[in-house]
Design a binder for this molecule. Structure first.
Ligand code: PHE
Length: 339
């Protein structure tokens, strides 16, 4: 019987070697190792053996079974590799075909606008200074010359975390932070960031928006420096033909205070964009108030400075003729992909 098993093994091995198609493998397996396979048949015949011979035969059969199992898996592996190599060598795979395009995103319109602003102010020597969104009453109001109960607080209602902590209504509190950090050196910074106001949301106003503050503190800084910086900014941001004009205004933290307007792209003819006035508002500004300078650590007898604050979404909105400011926060790809 041992001879019969070894003969069977030999036959199975030779046959396996001759197989050249992976599809024929299951058939071979069924024939030799399956439940009704030849080896199983042999095992069944062991009942006829004597009790001494039975375990010996069992061992032999199990060993042959293991050998054939191993041979089967090895052959399966090599046939699959061969097949893969054949397919790769054939013309089925054209590696010169262009790949599928990967869709990359791009910067949000607000970020693009901010970066342009950074670049223009950077060329004039202004560094970017970051200040926190969550502020205290002290920084957002008091140190900016807006004491408690000052009527100017009505211009800046906001979201309060508690009595003392709030979401900043403008980037101006960063002026104090920058001054306290730079003191006693001269300063030339812009402070970009998110601001918040407790406001009705409409096509023209959001309860969150970006501002960029500008601050210069030094010796002999004058209002004309501010006007020069803003003229340069308007020309670089919106085109060489832009002019600026100033109007008197009021902010508690600047003295004198001004509004800066820029001539509209209609060349002052009057259009829908500028509401027929020929001019667009671009910033609130002024000379840093002596109280604010002192709060920042600078002696107003010795130092002067100018500050300005401008919106970021509104100019982008005007530039691209966007009808509704809420699109900036809607995350609608149909809107975002246009820019
Ligand atoms: N902080 C003011 C505002 O939000 C703008 C401003 C900044 C005005 C700096 C003057 C100087 O309305």
């Amino acid at each position: 019987m041992i001879e019969a098993i070894h003969a069977l093994r030999q036959q199975a091995e030779q046959e396996l070697e001759r197989l050249d198609d992976a599809a024929a493998l299951p058939e071979w397996y069924r024939r030799y190792l399956g439940r009704k396979g030849e080896l199983t048949q042999q095992l069944k015949q062991m009942g006829a053996l004597s009790p001494e011979e039975r375990p010996k035969m069992g061992k032999v059969v199990n060993k042959v079974k293991q050998t054939l199992e191993d041979a089967f898996h090895a052959r399966q592996q090599s046939l699959q590799t061969e097949q893969l190599n054949r397919e790769l060598a054939g013309d089925d795979l054209d590696v010169t075909l262009p790949g599928r395009p990967v869709h990359t995103g791009h910067l949000h319109l607000t970020t693009q606008t901010l970066r342009k602003i950074y670049r223009i102010f950077g060329e004039m020597g202004f560094q970017v200074y970051e200040a926190p969104d969550v502020e205290t009453d002290e920084y957002n109001f008091q140190l900016l010359n807006i004491p408690e109960y000052h009527p100017a607080r009505d211009m800046w209602d906001t979201f309060w975390v508690n009595d003392q902590v709030l979401l900043r209504t403008h980037t101006s509190p960063g002026q104090i932070r920058a001054m306290r950090e730079y003191h006693p050196d001269p300063i030339r910074v812009i402070l970009p960031g998110k601001c918040y106001r407790y406001e009705q949301i409409t096509p023209r106003s959001e309860h969150q928006f970006f501002q960029v503050e500008g601050l210069a503190v030094g010796k002999n800084i004058r209002l004309t420096d501010l006007i020069g910086v803003m003229s340069e900014f308007a020309r670089k941001m919106y085109g060489q033909e832009r002019e600026v004009r100033i109007r008197g205004s009021y902010f508690p933290f600047t003295e004198p205070s001004i509004e800066i307007d820029m001539s509209c792209s209609c060349e002052k003819v009057g259009c829908r964009l500028c509401k027929q006035t020929g001019w667009l508002e671009i910033a609130g500004a002024g000379m840093v108030h002596p109280v604010v300078l002192r709060n920042g650590g600078y002696e107003p007898e010795e130092w002067t400075g100018f500050a300005l604050g401008m919106g970021v979404e509104r100019p982008a909105l005007l530039k691209h003729g966007i009808q509704d400011i809420r699109y900036f926060y809607g995350n609608d790809l149909r809107f975002l992909q246009q820019f």
